[in-house]
Design a binder for this molecule. Structure first.
Ligand code: NDP
Length: 348
């Protein structure tokens, strides 16, 4: 089958579109014909390499996919050939205490499919092999391309805002990267809960995108002061929740933007891993700092109810042919994406 493969870390030139063996399934696994893969920032981290993390080579990236089941193992009961499915990308043992208490991301065997698995085991390919427990039904009203852009982002945002930060009606939520994959989903979750998403973006075009999605306000970080704008919008109180994933470059502003007793929740550090905190603010303002990573299958299924009902929409802005994965990664790396990108193996 065709796949996007890299054998060493580097720029997008390391991505090769080539033939690799089709995956062989075990008794509890299913083989899916991938109709579309979703692009995530972890595709870029994997290609570039991350300190302290082994990326298994040769590597096929891609942690989100939607497709059709074409083969099932002898023990598989919950899916059958012909089913249209989406991938839940958290691979874990499913038997330990963490897994059986809905905290699979704490399982010692936890791996993000297409990021920490391998060799050759991700969504950027014609076929994918997954445990049956990692497949969920695709809603019939959305396309494969749309479905492929949902799971990782949706469950991450759900866990950050709903489970960790306990979002409530009326909350002001400062959302970095408001037009990006996580940020655009965070705006929708704010709307669902009656909270007020304040999107921070890098251009007026992205500000319009965020406002059209329902952001309460949008701040262009390149022409406006985020701190001043948050003060103005919240009548000097500060944000109830800061939605962080941008890291070093934004950390100080994130803390400054928090209201007394407010909650900062983070899942990433796109601009750098070291954030400086004046510890006096932490105690004086009695802030809550939460880390968050991925989400459980239960959280994904909870969030998917709102996709089924149409209250949360997939935000696919462009579908590239699988062979053009490097173009999609470049667009993402340059910070130009609004919403999400998909890769399609059978692209016309
Ligand atoms: P996107 O590329 O879709 O969006 C990232 C956004 O970040 C961009 O739109 C850009 O917005 C903004 N940004 C980038 N650099 C800066 C900066 N220096 N200052 C302010 N804003 C900046 O990526 P995703 O939303 O998919 O992912 C974001 C991060 O979250 C990644 O690092 C990813 O690895 C991580 N992540 C972690 C997960 C986890 O479970 N731990 C799960 C999913 C993602 P603009 O220029 O418009 O301001």
């Amino acid at each position: 089958m065709k796949a996007i493969v890299f054998e060493e870390h580097g720029d997008v030139g390391k991505l090769q579109y080539k033939d690799v063996p089709e995956p062989k399934i075990g008794p509890n696994e299913a083989l899916i014909k991938i109709k579309a893969a979703g692009c995530n920032y972890n595709d870029i981290w994997a290609r570039k390499g991350l300190p302290g993390m082994e990326i298994i080579m040769p590597h096929v990236s891609g942690s989100d996919a939607a497709g059709e089941v074409v083969e099932v193992g002898s023990e598989v009961k919950s899916v059958k050939v012909g089913d249209e499915v989406m991938v839940h990308p958290g691979i874990s043992c499913r038997t330990c205490e963490a897994c059986t208490s809905g905290q699979e991301f704490f399982c010692r065997q936890y791996r993000i499919w297409g990021f920490q698995t391998g060799p050759l085991d991700g969504a950027d390919a014609e076929y994918g092999r997954l445990p049956e427990v990692n497949l969920i039904p695709k809603p019939s009203q959305i396309s494969f391309e749309e479905a492929a852009t949902l799971p990782l982002t949706l469950m991450t945002v759900w866990r950050m805002l709903v489970t960790r930060a306990r979002i409530q009606a009326g909350d002001y939520v400062l959302i970095w990267g408001g037009a990006g994959g996580l940020g655009s989903m965070a705006i929708q979750v704010c709307n669902l809960f009656g909270a007020r998403g304040i999107a921070v973006v890098g251009s007026d075009k992205k500000a319009k995108y965020a406002k059209d999605l329902g952001a309460f306000e949008a701040i262009n970080r390149n022409s406006q002061s985020v701190r001043d704008e948050v003060k103005r919008i919240t009548n000097r109180a500060g944000a109830d929740i800061v939605f962080e994933h941008t890291g070093e470059a934004t950390w100080k502003d994130s803390i400054a933007a928090l209201k007394r007793g407010g909650t900062l929740v983070t899942c990433g550090a796109t601009s750098g891993f070291i954030g400086q905190t004046d510890i006096r603010f932490l105690w004086n303002k009695q802030m809550n700092f939460y880390g968050s990573h991925m989400g459980s299958k239960g959280e994904l299924l909870q969030a998917m109810k709102f996709v089924h009902s149409g209250q949360i929409k997939p935000l696919m802005s462009e579908a590239f042919a699988l062979k053009d994965a490097s173009k999609a990664q470049k667009v993402m790396e340059d910070g130009e994406v609004m919403g999400k990108l998909a890769l399609v193996p059978d692209h016309a």
